[in-house]
Ligand binder design. Structure first.
Ligand SMILES: NC(=O)c1ccc[n+]([C@@H]2O[C@H](COP(=O)([O-])OP(=O)(O)OC[C@H]3O[C@@H](n4cnc5c(N)ncnc54)[C@H](O)[C@@H]3O)[C@@H](O)[C@H]2O)c1
Ligand SMILES: CC(=O)N[C@@H]1[C@@H](OP(=O)(O)OP(=O)(O)OC[C@H]2O[C@@H](n3ccc(=O)[nH]c3=O)[C@H](O)[C@@H]2O)O[C@H](CO)[C@@H](O)[C@@H]1O
Length: 505
């Protein structure tokens, strides 16, 4: 068991006068206390890997239930292979503990890691209040030689213009007495431990060279992959935001192409898969929209904050935000072709979280689809193994009750295909319209009327022969134009669409 060093004999990392080999030995030997602020989907795996590496970690979270769960050796984060065992091991050997007292943790720590959410307010402005409240805790306990590491995604320039002055002012230290570096999470829910341990090079960028060097020492020890130092913190912040923008713009392109499937009478998914034979062409997957508090949020860390126009980024946001409405338009058309008016229909939404297996609903397109269906008069039910559909305006239906419920259903919309959904006995369900947003189900041989958004990978256009003809190309274009014009009404990255639990924006 690692003897936890007392703060007074801790080794400083932000200090070029200390032999680097000694710094590495101290870090790995538990002589450098680490505090990790934020113990959520990203923070808990990160704190656990820090504990595995250094043996002396205090995790900080404002949620007492989170803290209590962790101190009992358990993980509150679902769907992360290996995390339950790692938390149990690290807490059980006193290498990791959790607290709600951020100031006390900061007083004892010599490395401070920030991994709390950076969300959007109702005006799409990044909301740094949570980060700044953590910085207040850190500043209260900041000592000369300490290193502050920000892993939460930040608008480029935040470390230089906001965090460093804030830390200086609140701690009374001079800028050259402590280190500050931006070292972004390159981690996806569902594979957090393998990502943190070194799936990708770790980017580090300090507000000065000594901060970059000290952060490189830390991540050289923590990650099995290389560390990629960049010129400064702003460059590192830009790297992270650019990674997200790349994804949002490319998903927007895929969605724009996917919408052409009806009038081209092809499967755009098949065309995309084939075009991607070329290494220089990597089109993304069309879908019912873009969720999570990463990809739909990161563009707003630059949009409206730059002198230069960012029309392409803005347009992609608008296309992606408009997809829930496109999905409901397609459903309405398929129901009409079956003689059912959407306003009189009973529709079940399959999957409310933003990604299969991830307990996160921020900006989930399913929530907008539920809202849009409700607005158009439909009776809306929801199935999701991870969250309660009732919290999002949908009547909860258990997966195993779907067969009994099906005689009262006119349609189903597959938004987020959780693992258990492959057990849905479609052949035994009463015939209905099924809009498949992710090409996740194969209804061949059933009596359902299937519409696969953007067509299927097997080459089937969105609707069976003739069904697409119900909606002439001009109607499609008209409806798309309307969606383009109005689909962008929600540009808050989804934060404002949740009913019930809201982001603290
Ligand atoms: N989720 C992802 O896939 C992902 C991937 C890469 C990067 N990130 C970045 O990591 C950040 C955190 O993401 P997450 O998914 O872990 O969020 P999360 O919502 O799962 O967890 C956030 C945790 O922070 C806690 N918290 C809130 N305010 C706090 C405070 N003042 N002090 C201490 N704890 C506080 C909350 O109680 C919660 O437990 C994101 O904002 C994003 O910038 C997320
Ligand atoms: C380190 C970090 O920040 N990691 C992030 C994390 O992002 P994330 O967890 O938010 O998940 P994403 O996979 O980006 O999905 C977001 C939404 O976009 C939809 N989507 C996606 C791809 C596509 O082709 N078509 C789509 O429609 C999908 O359904 C979902 O709603 O992991 C990604 C790598 O997985 C990283 O790139 C991303 O930086």
């Amino acid at each position: 068991m690692t003897e936890r060093s007392s703060p007074s004999d801790a080794v400083s990392l932000y200090d070029a006068s200390v032999d680097e080999a000694r710094q590495r030995e101290a870090l790995a030997g538990g002589e450098v206390p680490v505090a990790v602020y934020g113990l959520g989907k990203m923070g808990l795996p990160l704190a656990a890997v820090y504990a595995e590496t250094t043996g002396n970690v205090t995790g900080v979270d404002i949620d007492p239930d989170v803290v209590e769960t962790i101190n009992s050796g358990e993980s509150h984060v679902v769907g992360e292979p290996g995390l339950d065992e790692l938390v149990a091991e690290q807490v059980g050997t006193d290498r990791l503990e959790a607290t709600t007292d951020g100031a006390a943790a900061a007083a004892d720590a010599r490395v401070h890691v920030i991994i709390v959410p950076t969300l959007l307010d109702e005006n799409d402005e990044p909301n740094l209040a949570t980060v700044e409240s953590v910085v207040d805790d850190i500043a209260a306990g900041l000592e000369p030689g300490d290193l502050v590491i920000a892993e939460s995604t930040l608008p480029p320039g935040t470390c230089r213009d906001v965090l460093e002055p804030h830390l200086q002012q609140e701690s009374g230290l001079e800028a050259d007495e402590f280190g500050l570096a931006f070292c972004p999470e390159r981690t996806s829910s569902g594979r957090a431990l393998q990502d943190i341990r070194g799936a990708y090079p770790k980017v580090v960028g300090g507000v000065d060279d000594e901060s970059t060097r000290a952060a490189t020492v830390v991540y050289d020890e923590l990650s099995s992959n290389e560390v990629h130092p960049v010129s400064d913190a702003t460059t590192a912040e830009a790297v992270k935001v650019f990674e997200g923008l790349y994804r949002d713009v490319n998903i927007g392109l895929a969605n724009e192409l996917g919408r052409l499937a009806d009038e081209l009478g092809i499967s755009v998914r098949e065309a995309i898969d084939t075009a991607n034979d070329l290494p220089m062409c990597q089109l993304h997957d069309p879908g019912p929209g873009v969720g999570g508090h990463c990809i739909p949020y990161y563009p707003h860390f630059l949009l409206g904050r730059t002198e230069e126009p960012m029309d392409l980024t803005h347009t992609a946001r608008r296309v992606n935000d408009g997809m829930p409405r496109v999905v409901v338009d397609r459903l309405e058309r398929q129901l009409a072709a079956s003689g059912v008016d959407l306003a009189d229909a009973s529709v079940v939404v399959l999957g409310l979280t933003y990604r299969p297996g991830v307990e996160e609903t921020r900006a989930s397109p399913a929530l907008d689809i539920v809202d849009e269906l409700t607005e158009r008069g439909a009776d809306v039910a929801g199935v999701d193994p991870l969250v309660d559909p009732a919290e999002y305006g949908a009547r909860p239906v258990a997966l195993e009750d779907l067969e009994d419920e099906s005689d009262a259903l006119d349609a189903a919309v597959v938004v987020t295909p959780h693992e258990g959904f492959d057990r849905i006995p479609w052949a035994d369900l009463e015939p209905m319209v099924v809009v498949d947003g992710r090409d996740a189900v194969d209804l061949a041989g059933t009596d359902h009327r299937e519409y696969t958004l953007a067509g299927s990978r097997s080459g089937q256009p969105p609707a069976p022969e003739g069904a697409a003809a119900d909606a002439t190309a001009s109607e499609t274009l008209e409806s798309e134009a309307e969606t383009e014009a109005t689909g962008a009404t929600r540009t808050d990255g989804g934060a404002g669409t949740e009913t019930g639990a809201h982001d603290d924006v």
